[in-house]
Design a protein around this ligand. Structure first.
Ligand code: GLT
Ligand code: MN
Length: 411
């Protein structure tokens, strides 16, 4: 089961100066420091926005030159470019939205810019093209029908997807959601799970299967709403909608997007479960850090330490996943939580899959059913035992903690 994941990072994280709405940058580090730090930390890939590299109105000659320079620069460090993304949020022309703006001139410029980025993603050999709609939505003015906004948004992305398909590009297109930043009311009523339903509605043709996916940012974009990333991850995996990479970082729940170093402000149990779920499901992908040093970090050394920490934190989670899977107490608890189903229940499930014979199967199940009282009497203590043991594994206290299980059926 166990194949450790490789790492990537947003190039924008390496040059982030730590500014916030109330104060300017606190550091000014050249990207070379970050790239060197990536090599030292074991991060193999780096991703860019178009606007990280050139001005929106740059000439195609300047863009070409910058593309080549970037490929060379990244190569010089033995790294490669992983994802590309088009910035449809910084330029003031996108203040009313981009693909979804009520103004057609803005919608046009979004398509022009994004399709130019589709070409560049191909030129750079990227694996995915990310769409994060930072300005798609409203600041509370409800200037257009929100459903119409969503339709325009998805049609814009679809124009880009079809453009890429017609041009024969084979990378995937991924949608990243964030609910209230920077636009206070973002399109997509929720996080990745709601975008996933929009993809199914707007990309029904089988030619899009597996081509348009969700790249969530865990835990940040989910925890900032007070929601749980592990629950969403389960849904996206089960639906086959998870991109071959996730964004990862740290987040204090119910705050604006913190993009803290991994683990900082986060739930260790939830982070472990993200890592464990990906491995248990044999997900084949990359962990892309989309986070940065805290604002108090001002030095090159601090940047490099942040990068090493990010990798170490994920590797620590993977080590814990291995321990969890070789722990005999967990194995017994899990066996109890994964008991085989009765023939009668199996028959209901297969009738549902087949789409017929459900009534007969439910009747047979009802006949074999004992009583609600008997079911109420089954022992479900394994649920609590599972989290107690997991906490021991995560805190490295499983040896001294073993006494908790002494004399139990899991010992
Ligand atoms: C922005 C956002 C991120 C997205 C980036 C891609 S830009 O920093 O907060 O989560 O991944 O556009
Ligand atoms: Mn992100």
């Amino acid at each position: 089961m166990f194949k450790p994941y490789d790492f990537s990072i947003g190039g924008w994280c390496l040059v982030s100066g730590g500014s916030d709405p109330f104060g300017g940058p606190t550091r000014n580090l050249p990207i070379e420091v970050g790239l060197e730090g990536c090599v030292e930390a074991g991060i193999k890939y780096v991703s860019f926005h178009d606007r990280d590299l050139w001005d929106d109105d740059a000439s195609s000659k300047d863009i070409d030159q910058k593309v080549n320079e970037t490929i060379e620069l990244v190569k010089k460090y033995g790294l490669s470019v992983y994802n590309f993304t088009t910035n449809l949020f910084s330029n003031s022309c996108f203040r009313s939205g981009a693909f979804s703006s009520p103004f057609p001139q803005v919608r046009e410029s979004a398509i022009v810019k994004a399709c130019r980025s589709m070409d560049i993603a191909n030129q750079m050999g990227c694996k995915n093209m990310i769409f994060w709609g930072g300005r798609e939505g409203s600041d509370g003015a409800y200037e257009q029908d929100m459903g119409l906004g969503l339709k325009r948004y998805m049609e814009g992305i679809k124009a880009c997807v079809d453009y890429a398909i017609e041009k024969g590009y084979d990378y995937k297109v991924t949608i990243e959601t964030k609910v209230y930043e920077p636009r206070l009311l973002a399109l997509f009523a929720g996080t990745g799970a709601s975008a996933s339903s929009a993809i199914r509605k707007f990309f029904p043709d089988p030619k899009y299967n597996g081509r348009v996916l969700i790249n969530p940012e865990y835990p940040q974009h989910v925890a900032m709403l007070g929601l749980d990333p592990v629950v969403e991850l389960g849904q996206l995996l089960e639906e086959g909608m998870l991109a071959p990479f996730i964004h990862f970082g740290g987040q204090i729940p119910a705050r604006m997007d913190c993009d803290l170093p991994p683990g900082v402000g986060s739930s260790l149990v939830a982070d472990f479960m993200i890592c464990n779920t990906l491995h248990e499901r044999n997900w084949d992908g990359i962990i892309e850090f989309d986070c940065r040093p805290i604002r108090t970090t001002t030095t090159a050394e601090g940047m490099k330490t942040f990068l090493k920490h990010s990798v170490m934190y994920w590797k620590m989670l993977e080590k814990k996943v291995e321990i969890y899977h070789s722990d005999p107490i967990i194995a017994k608890i899990k066996a109890e939580l994964n008991q085989p189903q009765s023939d009668e229940l199996n028959a209901v499930v297969s009738a549902v899959q087949k789409g017929s014979g459900v009534v007969k199967a439910v009747q047979a199940l009802t006949k074999s059913f004992s009583s609600f009282e008997a079911v109420s009497n089954i022992n479900t203590d394994a649920i609590e035992a599972h989290i107690y043991r997991l906490i021991q594994i995560l805190t490295g206290t499983q040896e001294e903690g073993a006494f908790l299980f002494k004399g139990t059926r899991w010992a």
